[in-house]
Design a protein around this ligand. Structure first.
Ligand code: GLC
Length: 733
């Protein structure tokens, strides 16, 4: 029976293709509209060709062009996409040539890769970028990454990651833009803009990919790939917010996440992949699975075998299968059995082809070949990386103006495992970067300070382990010096995928090194390079100043040196809360109020985090004048303008990001204590002032979604919160 259906199907296809074969090939006409080209091409494709387009393989790391022949033979000409783990445009063009010339219809391949925070010019990890509060600079950095990637053969990046993360034990907190929905939406959109440019078919534009859709950061206990219990209310008011913003910003692909969303894995979740993404938001791109995620539906207990996994994923609205060949092995049979309608196959193929046409791949399938020197690490690219690294760094503590370093210092101890480390300065997910492109902290400081200072270096200890034998040398360096810079942090492998940690404290040996150095009585500047919020409650009292540099990328050393010397005034503010201890997790700024605000505290520790979201110091001081409102009462169809004047009362110019929060104290669904609704960063010269304005749009800024995403705008009192001011206004019907 099955064979008969299959035969009839093939026969029907052959007849139908024959009937259109003679017509003009609209899909090859670059003047025709994308939709006309998509429609024409799909009408010419047979089932096998359609299914091939819905699959993505991995092209191994092949830096030797001589092997291209072997790699090309392994990749079927009509395959939809490959993850191209290579920076060689020649090899890429050979694979593409095979697609264009050896497939019946000459459909170009789509080359994807994880360009997460730079390609070769690696800039700070995304969590750090958010602390810059400078989305325009992030757009510039992503445009550099897109150009370097495009010239290396990549058309599509699996970025930006916009998973809200409130649990630092989860290694992937490094890859997103922190704990706030609005912040993830703004920086995700800025990244999409940088990657995709004005037009997706521009020479240096690449397709973006929003990931991981959705709620991945809620994985239980910070354990990667685990169950995420997310209510519909939380889904709409927290996790979907950045995705809706980035879809509106024009993102053309989405990657489904590994996690199980309250019983229905994201990889096969009709509600998120079809109802929300396509029917509610009108998304016309395509969804790719994460690595082997369709096959993993079996492990998750959602499918009994690969065929059922393929059926459930495909019917939920997941168009492309990354790596595990579940679609390649099963879709044809499912169509033959009538379980998957051809219209659904055609819709999926149309979505993939639409992006290929928009990218211009049919008309420009090949990468222009330019040499590495002109492809990577251009001076203007490094300058952007340096600026973003400096603006991402957060001055957490600075007692008695310990920083910037006094010009009187002649001997400075420079201690710790991060001082000469390059790999961890680069951070996770920079797999085609080269650590030697990075300037170490040691190099950056010596370049900045030259002969004016002697840096007494000692490694002191490794990142972990219990070898304290290096403490002696560190203490000797400290004894000779007037101040101690101790550079600690995390290995890059401790962040990123499959990098969960039960504690967000640094390993004991690093803490013990600081304890030993504190015995000298010399001032200590703690410099941290890490991919997650850290537990610093034991180190904070021992440190006179604390500077969070994150994993700042190739320019980390010089950016840090600029801040330590005072050439750069730090302007970063935390985009994620630093808990006092791992035991406080989850703790985040936009929590709900407790039923008993004065009770419900921990008995053993403070219930306050060490540093809240938004914390960050400067070398200068900013005075916020009183917030001015254009009215204290507005109707729902009116706007309210809020202004605040900020004066730089210090002697040093700087940049100040003003964060505007809204609080809705009483509503038909409880609201977070406050929610970030707008931010703006401006340069303010010493002694001068700048006016910051926020125009409140009630439907955008005062409404909230219910459990099915319906927006509610309710009259009543609201508060506007800026810095430490809180002003009330009323919304009336
Ligand atoms: C990984 C990651 C995802 C990445 C993909 C391709 O498993 O979860 O973020 O884009 O596979 O490398």
């Amino acid at each position: 029976m099955k064979r008969k259906i299959l035969l009839l199907l093939v026969l029907g296809q052959v007849l139908y293709i024959g009937s259109v074969a003679g017509q003009k090939m609209i899909y090859k006409d670059s003047e025709a509209s994308v939709e006309a080209r998509v429609k024409d091409l799909v009408s010419r494709m047979n089932l096998e060709e359609k299914i091939l387009q819905l699959n993505q393989w991995v092209s191994g790391r092949n830096l030797n062009p001589n092997n291209v022949g072997k790699v090309v033979q392994n990749i079927p000409a009509g395959l939809g996409s490959i993850i191209y783990q290579n920076d060689n445009p020649i090899a890429r063009n050979q694979i593409q040539k095979n697609s264009m010339e050896n497939s019946r219809l000459g459909i170009p391949m789509l080359f994807g890769f994880d360009v997460i925070h730079g390609f070769r010019t690696v800039y700070p990890i995304s969590l750090a970028q958010a602390c810059s509060w400078n989305p325009d600079l992030v757009t510039k950095a992503c445009a550099v990454a897109a150009k370097e990637a495009k010239l290396s053969g990549i058309d599509w990046t699996f970025s930006p990651m916009i998973d809200i993360a409130r649990d630092g034990r989860w290694g992937r907190v490094a890859e997103g833009y922190g704990e706030d929905p609005y912040t993830n939406g703004v920086f995700g959109s800025a990244s999409v803009k940088g990657y995709q440019g004005e037009n997706l078919s521009d020479p240096y534009s690449i397709a973006s990919c929003l990931k991981h859709f959705v709620g991945y950061g809620e994985s239980e206990g910070g354990r990667d790939y685990h169950y995420s219990d997310i209510s519909r209310q939380s889904l709409w008011e927290t996790y979907l917010v950045p995705y809706e913003a980035c879809i509106k910003a024009g993102a053309v692909t989405v990657m489904a996440s590994f996690n199980d969303i309250s019983g229905i894995p994201a990889t096969a979740n009709y509600y998120t992949l079809t109802e929300i993404l396509k029917e509610r938001w009108g998304f016309d791109g395509f969804v790719v699975s994460d690595w082997n995620a369709i096959d993993q539906l079996i492990d998750q207990g959602f499918a009994s075998d690969r065929k059922e996994a393929g059926y459930k994923a495909f019917m939920s609205g997941l168009e492309m299968d990354m790596k595990d060949n579940v679609y390649l092995d099963n879709l044809a049979e499912l169509v033959a059995e009538g379980k998957i309608p051809m219209e659904k196959i055609d819709d999926a193929v149309s979505r993939v082809l639409r992006i290929k046409f928009r990218l211009g791949l049919f008309d420009q399938p090949y990468t222009p070949v330019v040499d590495e020197q002109s492809r990577y690490l251009q001076p203007e690219s490094r300058a952007i990386a340096n600026k973003l690294a400096a603006e991402s760094m957060v001055l957490l503590k600075n007692d008695a103006q310990t920083l910037p370093l006094s010009k009187s210092f002649k001997q400075i101890a420079l201690v710790g495992p991060m001082v000469k480390n390059k790999e961890s300065l680069i951070g996770a997910w920079a797999t085609l970067s080269k650590a030697d492109d990075a300037e170490t902290i040691f190099e950056g400081l010596n370049n900045e300070f030259g002969n004016s200072v002697v840096f007494n270096y000692a490694k002191g200890c490794d990142f972990d382990g219990n070898d304290e034998s290096g403490f002696k040398e560190a203490l000797e360096a400290a004894q000779k010096s007037e101040i101690i810079l101790v550079c600690l942090g995390e290995k890059k492998e401790w962040s990123g995928e499959n990098a969960s940690r039960s504690s967000i404290a640094l390993p004991d040996v690093q803490e013990k090194l600081v304890e030993a150095l504190a015995q000298t009585g010399k001032p200590i500047v703690l410099i941290l390079s890490n991919g997650r919020p850290l537990e610093l409650n034991r180190l904070e009292p021992l440190s006179d100043a604390i500077l969070e540099i994150w994993q700042p990328g190739v320019a980390g050393g010089s950016a840090l040196a600029g801040i330590l010397s005072g050439k750069i005034n730090p302007s970063g503010k935390l985009a994620i809360t630093f808990p006092l201890t791992s035991g406080q997790i989850p703790i985040y700024y936009n929590m709900r109020q407790s039923a008993r605000p004065l009770q419900g505290k921990y008995q053993d520790i403070s219930t306050e985090p060490l540093y809240w979201f938004g914390h960050g110091l400067s070398y200068t001081a900013y005075k916020y004048n009183n917030i001015k409102l254009s009215a204290t009462k507005i109707r729902k169809d009116e706007k309210l303008t809020a202004e605040v004047e900020v004066t730089n009362t210090g002697a040093l110019g700087g940049k100040e990001a003003v964060l505007w929060f809204i609080s809705d104290p009483a509503a038909s669904i409880t609201r977070p204590m406050k929610e970030l609704k707008y931010f703006e960063k401006k340069e303010i010269n010493a002694g001068e002032k700048m006016l910051y304005r926020f125009e409140i749009d009630p439907m955008r800024d005062l409404s909230f979604p219910d459990a099915d995403g319906k927006k509610h705008l309710e009259s009543g009192d609201f508060y506007l919160i800026v810095n430490n001011q809180k002003v009330k206004f009323e919304l009336v019907d």
